[in-house]
Design a protein around this ligand. Structure first.
Ligand code: FO1
Length: 314
């Protein structure tokens, strides 16, 4: 049974989870991971956020990039390019093994949830890793250059296009898995990682029943703001938040989640926003939220857990 459930995107969430597993037994932690970034390339099923979370917790990640496998080689990618294949999304040789194996298992009829569980076990990760859905749920970005898959917008076109809107679950209706809904119902604490609220957490919350499950669950729901001093710690949160009329601040994050949230952890540079957040009826912890190394990751996780305990104690 899971004590702590973390809603997770990619790099920021993976780093936060590294903190959570320092302050809580890893086997009591469940990550519900965004699959809106998933896409097919070279005929392979790529699941960036699942792989980033799994490989970070397995201590295999390329720490400089935050994605890909440390020390990976590029022989296959070099040859794919030579043969006229797309090379804009860098897939190392070892990384490719994940996509080849995932594709084979999915084609053999396994659910994405079963594949994610097999991978985390094979790589020695004790945290339970749940894809938010087994259904395709791609995130599309509406831009002045047309409608693009999120990875095309972010990586291929380097987030240069003017964002006009965001289309979640662009392939049609997607459902949360039974495991996701059960984890939320059984949670003792739900944490929303410092991930992009629009394209990382947004796709999870937009699944039918998830917001309702979070409102109904007895566990405190605590977010960590990914916006510090009006800027994103990483990635294109600013244009994406603006495109969906979200204020780019820790207050904007609190407002976006206010129907499901009990408390939020914000950075010391945003201390001035605490009274306005408290006025929404939320508890606020103000602390350093920049995760420079293991100690800061643990400190941030501890702050989120302590806020959850404070909410429970009233
Ligand atoms: N991000 C990039 O900016 N460029 C890449 O070539 C790239 C390759 C890649 C391969 C595997 C993987 O799991 C992630 C990868 N990412 C790459 C990261 C990814 O595009 C995003 O950071 C996430 O989707 C956002 O969470």
């Amino acid at each position: 049974m899971s004590a702590i459930v973390v809603l997770a995107g990619g790099v920021g969430a993976a780093r936060f989870l590294e903190g959570v597993v320092q302050v809580a037994p890893p086997a009591t932690v469940t990550a519900i991971v965004n699959t809106g970034d998933d896409f097919a390339l070279h005929g392979l099923m790529i699941a960036p956020d699942l792989d980033i979370v799994t490989c970070t917790l397995a201590d295999l990640i390329d720490r400089e990039q935050g994605w890909g496998i440390a020390g990976d080689t590029t022989a296959c990618m070099d040859w794919l390019g030579r043969l006229g294949g797309p090379t804009w999304f860098k897939l190392g040789d070892r990384d490719l093994a994940l996509h080849i194996r995932r594709t084979a298992l999915l084609r053999a009829g396994y659910r994405l949830s079963a594949v994610a569980d097999a991978f985390r076990q094979a790589l020695g990760v004790a945290v339970r890793i749940l894809p938010m859905s087994d259904d395709p749920a791609p995130t599309h970005i509406l831009t002045d250059a047309g409608e693009l898959h999120f990875e095309e917008y972010l990586v291929r076109r380097r987030a240069q296009d003017v964002v006009q809107g965001v289309r979640l679950h662009a392939a049609g209706p997607a459902l949360p898995t039974a495991e996701v809904l059960a984890a939320l119902a059984e949670a003792r604490l739900v944490l929303i990682a410092p991930s992009n609220p629009v394209v990382s957490i947004g796709p999870i919350l937009a699944l039918p029943g998830v917001r309702e499950a979070l409102r109904a669950c007895s566990a405190p729901v605590i977010a960590v703001s990914p916006i510090v001093g009006g800027a994103a710690i990483k990635g294109p949160a600013v244009p994406l938040m603006r495109a969906v009329a979200m204020e780019v601040s820790a207050l904007g994050i609190a407002r976006a989640y206010s129907d499901i949230l009990d408390g939020i952890v914000i950075d010391t540079v945003d201390a001035g926003l605490a009274p306005a957040i408290a006025a929404l009826g939320l508890r606020v912890t103000v602390c350093d939220t920049i995760m420079r190394g293991p100690a800061e990751k643990a400190q941030l996780a501890r702050a989120a857990l302590a806020l959850g305990t404070a909410v429970l104690e009233g």
